[in-house]
Design a protein around this ligand. Structure first.
Ligand code: BDR
Ligand code: CA
Length: 327
């Protein structure tokens, strides 16, 4: 497995949590830290959820993560009131599926603000030779861009879950949740000059719904890490049975090490911030004379190999054996 530094900016979120579990299983100690951001839930809950998930990972995969840091981030978008998605992820963001965290275990907000922690990954004169994976509204990342205009150019790779090119929105008819929650931040980040910005929008998940068939595959794997993913996604069980759910942030994680599972297209993408019906929508230039691209977009994915990789990660994690021929 490639040894590279990984930092997550995240708002857990059930699919964020699944992404962190897969990352621990695959990249382990390379995951050097997390920053929390208001999104699916408020920032304090998001920070607590990072620790709830990392504790659960430590139980399922002892020693898999090294000693990742947690930097607390923005508690509201740059210019807008906060919007949450507890109707999707439950009041606590994790469907009530993991034990709560004693409040005194949370680091104080001002010890190392997230935007500073991000800038310090690549301080002036140094490069971050790793991947920053952004799974929530882009407030912290935008603040880092504003704080040091040259910082984006020192970050080797940024992978963002957000936006929708052709698939329509999930927060509104036009906008995907992470971009809708902080459209100004998303726009700043897209236009900041990151040398490699990989955008994983809703489109990447259109063949990757987690359905009854994935659920029964998951039930057939007896490793502690598979049990943890079962626990986390259990809150969605009824919806999985009915129509399938897309685990967007886990898809974005898979794009980090398995870019070959996706079809990529280079586009210039920006974000509508005008406050109308398309507020927060991503706008990709698909004209005959497009503006120079500012990102590479995962427009589609190959479902079969995707699920093979996904379940392979859960099978080898934890070493507790298997329960069926599938595993
Ligand atoms: C994104 O919105 C959130 O609810 C998920 O965690 C994911 O990051 C999908 O639109
Ligand atoms: Ca998220």
């Amino acid at each position: 497995m490639p040894e590279e530094r990984i930092w997550f900016d995240t708002d857990p979120g059930i699919d964020d949590a699944v992404a962190l579990v897969l990352a621990a299983s695959e990249a382990g100690p390379a995951v050097e830290g997390f920053s929390s951001v208001a999104g699916n839930v408020g920032e304090a809950q998001a920070a607590a959820n990072v620790l709830r998930v990392t504790r659960a990972i430590e139980e399922a995969l002892p020693g898999a993560l090294g000693s990742p840091r947690l930097a607390r981030g923005a508690d509201r978008p740059l210019l807008r009131p906060a919007r949450h998605a507890t109707h999707v992820h439950g009041e606590d963001g994790l469907g009530g599926r993991l034990p709560p965290l004693p409040v005194d275990l949370l680091p104080k907000r001002d010890v190392l603000p997230a935007y500073r922690a991000l800038v310090e990954l690549a301080p002036p004169g140094e490069r971050f030779e790793g991947t920053l994976v952004a799974l929530g509204p882009l407030t912290n990342v935008a603040l880092a861009c504003l704080c040091d205009r040259d910082w984006p150019r020192r970050v080797r790779r940024l992978v963002v879950m957000g936006g929708s090119i052709e698939a329509g929105g999930n927060a509104t008819a036009a906008a995907e949740f992470n971009f809708f929650a902080d459209p100004e931040a998303a726009r700043i980040v897209l236009e900041a000059g990151f040398p490699q910005l990989d955008l994983v929008p809703i489109d990447a998940g259109r063949r990757l719904a987690f359905t009854r068939s994935q659920w029964s595959r998951l039930e057939g794997i007896a490793t502690p890490v598979a049990r943890l993913v079962r626990e986390l996604t259990g809150f969605w069980r009824d919806r999985v049975e009915a129509a399938g759910m897309v685990v967007y942030d886990a898809i974005a994680w898979m794009a980090v090490h398995h870019a070959d599972l996706f079809d990529w297209r280079a586009y210039h993408v920006t974000v509508d911030t005008a406050g109308g019906a398309a507020d927060g929508a991503s706008v990709a230039d698909r004209t005959h004379r497009p503006r120079p691209s500012n990102c590479r977009v995962a427009v589609d994915a190959r479902a079969e190999p995707f699920w093979e990789h996904f379940f392979a990660l859960l099978k080898c994690g934890g070493g507790a054996g298997t329960a069926s021929p599938d595993s």
